[in-house]
Write a protein that binds this ligand. Structure first.
Ligand code: PHE
Length: 344
C-alpha cells in the first residue's frame, strides 16, 4: 500500500508538472484529491490494515496528500498572479493624457455687474427681491403716482399686452409690490434687479430690453442724508475709496424731491476725459424720497414713515467699466465678445 501511495505521488507530481492551464489544474485537483480519487480510495481501504500498520500508512497518505496539495496551491497562486497582472495591463489608463475639454459657460458681463452690486447692498443689510416682468399697469404706473392721463407716461413708451398689462418699463413696480406685501410694516430695505422693456429703436446706446436695479428703504425718520450716505458708501465700494457723488435736482413722479446721482469719473478721477465728456462726472442713477402719495397708496402713513428709492442701469455701469462702445454687444451673443468676460 505504501508503494501504491508513493507511485501515486510520483504520477501526480509528474502530471502536475506538465499542466498548461487553470482548467487542467482544476481537473487534476479533482482527479487526485476528489472524493472519487485514488487517494480517497486508498484511505477507505485502511480499515483492512493491522493496528500497527494503520498509523504508518496513514502518515504516508497524509504526506502524499500534502505534497500534491502544495504543488496545486503553488500553481494556483501563480495563475492568480498572472491573471491580476493581465487585468492590470488591460485596464491601465494613461493619467498623463490631457483631458477632453468640455465647453464651459460663464456668467454674463451684465450679470457679473449685477452680482457685484448685489453683494455691496447685501453687505449693507438689504434683501434681494424680484418682481414679474409682465406687469399690471397699476404697479408699473398708477401706484407710482402716474395716473392714466399723466404726461410723464410719455417718458416711457411701453409694450402693452392688454390695456391693463404691459412689459414693465422699470423695476419701480417692485417698490409697490414690496410695500403692499409688507402691509404697513417697516423697515423695508430691498434691492431688486431685473429686466425691463421699452419701445426704443435699438442703437449703440438704446435697447428695447435692458436691466435695472431698484433700491427701496422705508422706515421712520428716513431722510435725504440717508439716501446720500447709502449711495456714497455704494460707489466707494464699487469704484474705490476716493469716489465722490453729487446729486442734481431731477423729477420722477414717484419721488419728491428727486435727484440724479453722478459719480466722479472713475477713468480720470474727476479731471475730465473722453468717458465723462470732460465734465469729471458720470450719471449712474435716478433717486429720490418716496412720494407721500406713493406711500399712502401702498398702505404706509406718510406722517409716520418716509423712505428713499433709487434705480440704476447695470448696462451703463458695465459699458463704462469695460469701455464698450455699443450696448447691442450685450445681447447679440457673439461668443468672441462674451468670451472676453470669462475671467474678469
Ligand atoms: N424708475 C426710474 C427710471 O426708470 C428710476 C428711479 C427709481 C428713480 C427709483 C427714482 C427712484 O428711470
Amino acid at each position: 500500500m505504501k508503494e501504491r501511495l508513493e507511485a501515486l505521488k510520483v504520477e501526480a507530481l509528474q502530471e502536475l508538472g506538465g499542466v498548461q492551464s487553470q482548467q487542467e489544474l482544476n481537473e487534476l485537483r479533482i482527479k487526485y484529491l476528489g472524493k472519487k480519487g485514488p487517494l480517497t480510495e486508498i484511505l477507505r481501504g485502511m480499515g483492512a490494515l493491522s493496528a500497527e500498520e494503520r498509523p504508518v500508512i496513514g502518515q504516508v497518505a497524509n504526506d502524499v496528500r500534502a505534497a500534491i496539495e502544495e504543488v496545486i496551491e503553488a500553481k494556483q497562486a501563480a495563475y492568480q498572479q498572472q491573471e491580476t497582472e493581465n487585468r492590470l495591463r488591460a485596464e491601465t489608463i494613461d493619467v498623463t493624457l490631457p483631458g477632453r475639454p468640455s465647453p464651459q459657460g460663464a456668467v454674463h458681463a451684465i450679470n457679473k455687474v449685477v452680482q457685484q452690486i448685489e453683494d455691496i447692498f447685501l453687505g449693507m443689510g438689504f434683501t434681494i427681491v424680484e418682481g414679474p416682468e409682465v406687469e399690471r399697469d397699476y404697479y408699473n404706473f398708477e401706484a407710482l403716482n402716474l395716473p392714466k392721463d399723466h404726461p410723464a407716461r410719455d417718458m416711457q413708451d411701453s409694450f402693452y399686452i392688454t390695456d391693463e398689462i404691459l412689459m414693465r418699463t422699470h423695476t419701480s413696480p417692485v417698490q409697490v409690490r414690496t410695500m403692499e406685501a409688507s402691509k404697513g410694516k417697516a423697515p423695508i430695505k430691498i434691492l431688486s434687479p431685473g429686466k425691463v422693456y421699452r419701445r426704443d429703436d435699438d442703437d449703440a446706446t438704446h435697447s428695447h430690453q435692458f436691466t435695472q436695479i431698484e433700491g427701496l428703504v422705508i422706515d421712520r425718520n428716513i431722510r435725504m442724508s440717508d439716501l446720500k450716505g447709502t449711495l456714497l458708501q455704494f460707489v466707494r465700494e464699487l469704484y474705490g475709496p476716493d469716489a465722490e457723488i453729487r446729486l442734481r435736482p431731477s423729477f420722477f413722479p414717484f419721488t419728491e424731491p428727486s435727484a440724479e446721482v453722478d459719480v466722479s469719473c472713475m477713468m480720470c478721477g474727476g479731471n475730465g476725459c473722453r468717458t465723462c465728456k470732460h465734465t469729471g462726472w458720470i450719471e449712474i442713477l435716478g433717486s429720490g424720497m418716496v412720494h407721500p402719495r406713493v406711500l399712502e397708496m401702498s398702505g404706509y402713513d406718510p406722517n409716520e414713515y418716509s423712505g428713499f428709492a433709487f434705480g440704476m442701469g447695470p448696462e451703463r455701469i458695465a459699458l463704462i467699466k469695460y469701455g464698450i462702445e455699443d450696448i447691442r454687444h450685450f445681447y447679440t451673443n457673439d461668443l468672441r465678445f462674451l468670451k472676453q468676460f470669462l475671467h474678469v
